[in-house]
Design a protein around this ligand. Structure first.
Ligand code: PSV
Ligand code: MN
Length: 432
């Protein structure tokens, strides 16, 4: 059966309707920016170069620990997830890479999956291991940990799983592997803090040895959850220490939801850049904990400030600076395709706004200890509506001026609900 795809014709037709307004807004913004000494075309080029990877696990409706309310037409396997990724890429244009989670997305035939992806202009970003959940038929349980477990047999099983992820990744053309572990304790005294970290490093050394020379390994820290008292890799300092112990191919991944409330994440980002250990990001947003809300939905100024650090480092010519940008969200009440397109757009917005910061002026205000004008300089960039730049970048790349509008008018999800009937057995399924 041929699967429905959004055609170029539909996008062109939608764009025709919005073109006149876009041209008018773009021209006006161009004049505003020129007054500030900024050439709008340079910013369009920046927007067109911006890339963020889509998480395969974000394409199904997520859930909380209370319930999951599945949507219609959800992808049922990794091929259907790639179909949805292709739809996002077609409309938004900034998302050609997909990050896979194993074993959720374990391919039966990696070469075939790679071909399927390539035929849709997609490639594979970081691999992700899963030792936070037991799999059917697995000999040992991860209930009390995985790479840091007190039992060497459990650690061996978790190491073997990570090596398998790297093998699958090699066949798919991936170049990085992300390790997040849920290991930790729920009660004081449950875990020996120092010994658990020693065991982590021992296990990670084994995984590190298996990395191809052109790969990187990303260590993802998280303050708490599912362990509610202590977590082994709980913060960026621990992550930095481990990455340093492992070697040059290891670096620290920052998931925005993995910090205590009000932590200055942009400063952590600056520190990791300075120390040469920033791997990249899992972007999302949060109000309270690891809420996995859409990027830029709660704290857009924080997102801008993070990109301000990233763009500052980029413009400074920081050596070996190529952070991996990924989304990591759970879409519980929205259509995942819509949320992912919007989030990719919000990241591009923050990136382009960060390029609008007058860095010479900011430097002078910092040097002259003028906090009010320094803040004003950032605010001027942050409050500039760069929407027409983002829309123009998408249109010129063949994407949609209004990705969500085009998606809705295509009837994609409804058509998928017919193509992808859900079996009763799936209704109780977990996160994806
Ligand atoms: C853990 O909360 C996390 O952020 C890790 O990146 C996992 O791989 C992902 O979410 C999916 O559960
Ligand atoms: Mn994450």
């Amino acid at each position: 059966m041929t699967q429905f795809e959004i055609g170029d014709g539909l996008i062109a037709e939608q764009n025709r309707k919005a073109k006149a307004w876009l041209d008018e807004d773009y021209e006006h913004l161009g004049r505003v920016l020129r007054r500030r000494g900024v050439e709008i075309e340079d910013l369009v080029k920046r927007a067109q170069a911006f890339r963020v990877a889509v998480p395969s696990w974000g394409l199904g409706t997520g859930g909380t620990r209370f319930a999951r309310f599945p949507g219609v037409g959800e992808p049922r396997d990794v091929y259907e997830k790639l179909e949805d990724c292709a739809t996002i890429f077609k409309l938004a244009r900034s998302t050609p890479a997909v990050s896979l989670h194993i074993p959720w997305d374990k391919p039966d035939d990696a070469a075939d999956l790679k071909q399927f992806a390539e035929a849709r202009g997609l490639r594979f970003d970081a691999m992700n291991s899963n030792t936070f959940q037991d799999q059917p038929g697995q000999p040992r349980s991860y209930k009390f940990g995985s790479l840091t477990h007190t039992d060497a047999e459990v650690r061996r099983q978790a190491i073997a799983h990570n090596l398998e992820c790297i093998e699958i990744g090699k066949a798919l053309g991936s170049k990085s592997h992300t390790v997040w572990i849920a290991d930790g304790g729920n009660f004081p005294g449950q875990m020996h803090f120092r010994r658990a970290l020693e065991r982590y490093l021992e296990s990670l050394h084994e995984i590190y040895k298996a990395l191809p020379s052109d790969w990187r390994i990303f260590l993802e820290h998280k303050l708490y959850e599912p362990a509610f008292y202590s977590t082994v890799i709980n913060d960026w300092g621990t992550s930095y220490y481990c990455a340093t112990q492992l070697g040059p191919q290891a670096a620290c991944l920052v998931d925005l939801g993995h910090h205590a409330p009000n932590v200055n994440i942009e400063m952590i980002v600056a520190r990791l850049i300075q120390l040469g250990k920033l791997a990249g990001f899992h972007f999302n947003d949060s109000k309270y904990g690891d809420d996995d809300l859409d990027a830029g939905s709660i704290k857009p100024f924080q997102l801008f400030l993070i990109f301000n650090e990233l763009v500052d480092a980029e413009l400074d010519g920081t050596p070996d600076f190529h952070p991996a940008y990924m989304l990591d969200q759970s879409h519980n009440v929205t259509d995942p395709i819509e949320s992912l397109m919007m989030s990719a757009g919000e990241l591009a917005r923050a990136y382009v706004q960060a390029h609008l910061v007058d860095r010479d002026a900011l430097g002078e205000y910092q040097q002259g200890n003028d906090p009010l004008m320094a803040l004003q300089t950032l605010k001027q960039a942050f409050t500039t509506d760069v929407g027409p730049i983002l829309a123009m970048a998408r249109r010129r790349a063949g994407g949609a001026i209004d990705p969500v509008g085009a998606y809705r008018s295509s009837g994609y999800r409804q058509k998928k609900s017919v193509e992808r009937p859900v079996s009763a057995a799936r209704l109780g399924a977990g996160i994806v």
